[in-house]
Design a protein around this ligand. Structure first.
Ligand code: AVJ
Length: 311
């Protein structure tokens, strides 16, 4: 059984039901995510892009040469280009992504635009980054591990600590982690960012059910599920759910799942950080914050983390 099949079976048989956000990113899901990034309400990508645009030269200076950029969850690598520009494309780039279609497209277009760039794509999830990265993090050059775009936000605080903690063991002296985190802000900004009037985020969320239909022979009727997103201020996270509009049974492969009217599948958490939590996350993961950059509106932060005790 594929990981996808096994994780779907486990999630839909759990109480409450859940699906893992890594499975949003099939070819259509990645395209829908890129569309989300164009939405006026989804400030996340624009905020980080403005930080990178303004500070890329300073960031690259702080990384220190010579380097290999290793990117967890590279996607279309649009924002990474801002760092590559500041490095004049003369660097080794190792994108790691769960979507192999996206990975191939990204590699091809980067090679066209940056002739001197050496690209080595890795098609993998990065729940245990040391496993995906062991063979690439050689100590011939300085490695900078990029984890941009608030991808870390999909993990609970404890999950984030255990994922990041996995890194210092495979990093060498001088290596660093460059992390992008979305910051806490009012509900009135957060909720429309995850529930846009055009319905792109709803489509992104519902695509998870279409993907189950396509790849696992499910028979979800998408019209019978609704997108819901809300900010839980206490936990500092946006939750996304798919709500069953009525009592129903759905078949997937050889099993059936029943839904009560109003029952939800929890499909994503998107954690929002503040300074104190970010500092604690770094420390508990074996890092310290060397430098921090934010946008003029204080929406988003990019931080450079060094292994504690390292240089
Ligand atoms: C890719 C995890 C950063 O949480 O903002 C966007 C995914 N979900 N809209 C986020 C997402 C709904 C996004 N990350």
């Amino acid at each position: 059984m594929s990981d996808f099949a096994a994780d779907v079976r486990r999630g839909l048989n759990a109480t409450p039901k859940f699906l893992l956000p890594i499975y949003f990113y099939d070819a259509l899901g990645s395209a829908l995510f890129d569309a989300i990034c164009e939405l006026p309400e989804y400030y996340v990508t624009r905020a980080e892009t403005s930080i990178l645009t303004e500070f890329a030269p300073e960031m690259v200076q702080a990384f220190g040469p010579p380097i290999r950029l290793v990117e967890l969850g590279s996607g279309s690598a649009k924002k990474t280009r801002l760092l590559l520009d500041a490095l004049h494309g003369d660097v080794e780039y190792v994108p790691v992504d769960v979507d192999s279609t996206m990975l191939a497209k990204t590699e091809q277009s980067l090679k066209l635009d940056y002739p001197r760039l050496r690209v080595h794509s890795i098609s993998s999830d990065f729940r245990a980054p040391s496993v995906a990265l062991k063979s690439v993090l050689k100590n011939d050059v300085r490695n900078i591990v990029l984890f941009l775009g608030s991808t870390i936000g999909n993990l609970t605080y404890d999950e984030a600590v255990s994922m990041l903690r996995d890194l210092p063991g495979v990093l060498q002296d001088g290596d660093a982690l460059f992390l992008g985190a979305d910051l806490r802000k009012p509900k009135s900004i957060l909720e429309p960012a995850y529930d846009d009037p055009l319905g792109v985020t709803a489509s992104f969320n519902l695509n998870l059910l279409s993907r189950i239909n396509r790849e696992l022979g499910g028979n979800f009727d998408l019209a019978k599920f609704a997108h819901r997103a809300f900010y839980d201020e206490q936990r500092g996270r946006v939750e996304m759910h798919l709500v069953s509009r009525e009592a129903q049974r759905v078949r997937i492969e050889d099993y059936e799942v029943s839904f009560a009217a109003g029952e939800t599948i929890h499909t994503e958490n998107s954690y929002k950080y503040d300074d104190a939590t970010l500092t604690r996350l770094a420390a508990e993961s074996g890092f310290s914050i060397e430098q921090k950059w934010t946008d003029s509106q204080g929406l988003f932060a990019d931080v450079l983390l060094r292994v504690c005790g390292g240089m």
